[in-house]
Design a protein around this ligand. Sequence first.
Ligand code: GLA
Length: 779
Amino acid sequence: MKNIILFCCFSLCSLSFLQATNTNELNSPATFTAGTNTFLLNGKPFVVRAGELHYARIPKAYWDQRIKMCKAMGMNTICIYLFWNFHEQRQGVFDFTGQKDVAEFVRLIQQNGMYCILRPGPYVCAEWDMGGLPWWLLKKQDLKVRRISDNFFMERVKTYLKEAGKQLAPLQIQDGGPIIMVQVENEYGTWGDDQKYMETMRDNIRQAGFDKVQLLRCDWSSNFFKYTLDGVTQALNFGAGSNIEEQFRKFKEMNPTAPLMCGEYWTGWFDQWGRPHETREISSFIGSLKDMMDRKISFSLYMAHGGTSFGQWAGANAPAYAPTTSSYDYNAPIDEAGNPTDKFYAIRELLKNYLQEDETLSEIPQNPEKTITIPAISFGLTANIFENLPTAKQSEKVQPMENFDQGWGSILYRKEIPACDRPQQLVLKEVHDWATVYINGKAIGSIDRRKGENSIEIPILKAAARLDILVEGMGRVNYGEAIIDRKGITEKVMLDGKEQTTWKIYCFPIDYTFQTKAKYVQKPAIGPAWYKASFILKETGYTYLDMSSWGKGMVWVNGYNLGRFWKIGPTQTLCIPGCYLKKGKNEIIVLDIDKPTKTVVTGLNHPILDRIVKIESKDGKVKKSLNLNGANPVAAGTLTSESEWKSVILSEPMTGRYFCFEALSAQNPDDRSTSVAEFEITGEDGKAISSLDWKVVYVDSEETDKAANGADKLFDLQESIIWQTKIGSKTNHPHQVVIDMGKSIKVKGFRILPRTDKRDTGKVKDYRFYLQENPFKIE
Ligand code: GLA
């Protein structure tokens, strides 16, 4: 059916629009610069309409089709990140071949008559493991990243950028290539204000060979002024439905002659395990895009097509630790398998009205792959992890996997513990990221970093017992100060308050050969295990493996690592690109470190991206109530209605560990809800204190079913993502949230950012703020 609709579209499109491919012009040297209030291409005003694609998230066989799709959507430019850790997986060993041949991707952009914006980082964020930084940097114990003070980091960045330059600098537009701009770092304003660091990064990029091209930087409207960078034009990033006038107001005041550009206009958003699937409405997305077009503001759609974070590449956010799913569908206009969505058609419809001189809209290309279903696959062969241990390493203390030269996967910590006639508390400091604890091979429970868990009760032991702690590392944090994120157990293990020593440690890397080494046998598996099967196909195509009856782990098909699955959702499928499949015999290996309920997979012709399965009952936050009797507010007042950061200073600094923010009314008197984008506590030095150890201990209402708007969004450092009370709820003010900061802090005041999109729903007017040393009464 979908194919018939597509076919009709092709015919209509080819009648209505001419195709544009004038590749020759791009091959002779040209110029692109930031002029007065506009970009200039060969001296003429030019509005950049870019779509972001990540070559690492799209199998090479489909690069050309995805680029053509962007062109057909109305784009004239493709924006790409370069992922450092994709190319230098071992220190000093660079790979730019095959799927990693980024220069080939850029040449394809040119062959399609488009331009390219290159964003080589070194830090890129992108919901990509460690934001693109290589894991092996973490072998340096006192590593600092994105700061000039760490010589090792700075040296490695320089080497990497030089290698990137060898590949891509010849493709600058001034030399006849398609690259019109190269971005320096990524949203540095959200991280710091180290002017010297940014200047060095700019100079590194120039020295790597990008010596003629226009340089670019991107930040947010709330932080672009934190540093300045001569010779680098600026873009601002913001999401679907933003108020365009508001976003650029301060920037225009400070840069009255600069061209305006949205460096990342977020078409959707990424999904995190255990949280609702993210979507962004077409109407509000298109509204702000039209607004930008009417004002001739350049933009880049992040993402035009998200694709898949195959294998281990999906990253995580923090605080609170929230790993990203392997599907990077992103609710983008082009879906995970490369097909157009309604958002795609809406963008194409809009942009056909804004084409520039010599531009025409091209036809929508045919997807080289159809989407297929494949019959159920049952798994006869299994290999239990505990029966297939690799060689043990001895270690006095527990250590993270990086210390054993392991980048990704799981790690097992084993030791004997003595008999004990009472239950004991086992504390793991810190679990990165999901641990199962076994006594004599029997699982007694799991510890989940996402929930801030770090301990478990060991039952009475009649005799000495074998303690096994199997820890799976999920995505490394790709945003904020938690980015130094080693995997396994990072510090120590305490049993009844005593640090445990003398461990045997076993590493389970994710390399395909490692998964094939286990001894597979024909019997049902107990506990964490590999499952192997083969299946025969008469035809190949895109398919989505339904993993909903499995526990937690990874899947390899014909040696390709498809990524992570986890029964909690929201993603319940794993995408298999058609080019990973073969006619005839195919092989599949599933590693499940939890336990499946049924060891069968089926290939669906559609993904399941939005099914959250609540395994544990809710932690009861909502059911309890907060008793503020006897508590005294240390600040109270009225907030103004503008969507910008507001500061409140206490009459005198006060010390406390717990704070409560209480919203008493909304800006609109009929509005009974509350929403807040960010909340910061200002320490004695006037700067925001770290929120890494914060925990929400109480919230009267939060939307965690229809959208991912829980109270922890108050301190997730993402200004476009908000806490809001339950949508459609009839509960009234006051709305309250209580946060445990983890330790006693001397507080000068707080800063609060209301939602920054076009809506006013929930914007706080009157408030009270409480701070105290002891926990609040929650009954
Ligand atoms: C920021 C980053 C991107 C990406 C988006 C969210 O804008 O620059 O790399 O992480 O957020 O998807």
